[in-house]
Design a protein around this ligand. Sequence first.
Ligand code: GLP
Length: 261
Amino acid sequence: MEIVPLATEADVAALAADTIEALVRAHPEAVLGLATGSSPLPAYQELIRRHRAGTGPSYAGVRAFLLDEYVGLPAGHPQTYRETIFRELTDALGIARDRVASPDPAPDAIPTAGARYEDAIRAAGGVDLQVLGIGADGHLAFNEPGSSLVSTTRIKTLTARTREDNARFFDSVEEVPRHVLTQGLGTIQRARHLLLVAAGEGKAAAIAAAVEGPVSASCPASVLQLHPRVSVLLDEAAASRLERTAYYREVFDAKPDWQRP
Ligand code: GLP
């Protein structure tokens, strides 16, 4: 794993944007895996800023797959992750909406939604770069603690803590759906490069458990340790509970230019 302790959330956003842009420049038809939530927003805003300034690559050939989606919200609801990613990233980058895929939460299709989504990812050639945040309890996408480390896309029930964490996007916690469709930890592991971004003290314990703790379903993000190409970009607060920070910094400073985005 490449652990990159940076100073600020803006530094995290800039390096994440560099990484995404480098992939799209090298592979204009890249398949991006996109996360919602607050963590990737600064990186998305940086990509949009550069795109508007004319310094970013064209995203017209890119395809995207979302990590997860709520079950039970009406189609087009502003808090569906599909609408959220259109609003926060893909429309502004010029990625056509029909090139953005997400798990299908239509009520009568839930039992087959996971298998259909896995097929769609496979048919697109797999995800080249998966953007990830991390939940305060160590969840990845909506794989709550206890999720199988080899799981595939399926319906899950949110913990009370995750519903409370996400209540800020709704009028009240009661409005946060109980169920979701989420890529599994096995699905995420098949992406070629995992790019996790985290900022703030609230993520420090989850990051320490994921990166330096045991691989365990009790901390779903610890599955990152089993992936051959992971980059974890952290601001100072999110890195504050790590034990080997000095070494991670040394490794990053010594990174050869040819490996940098
Ligand atoms: C959410 C999302 C995840 C996200 C995580 C952290 O519920 N399903 O994809 O990474 O929980 O969210 P945030 O980035 O808002 O802290």
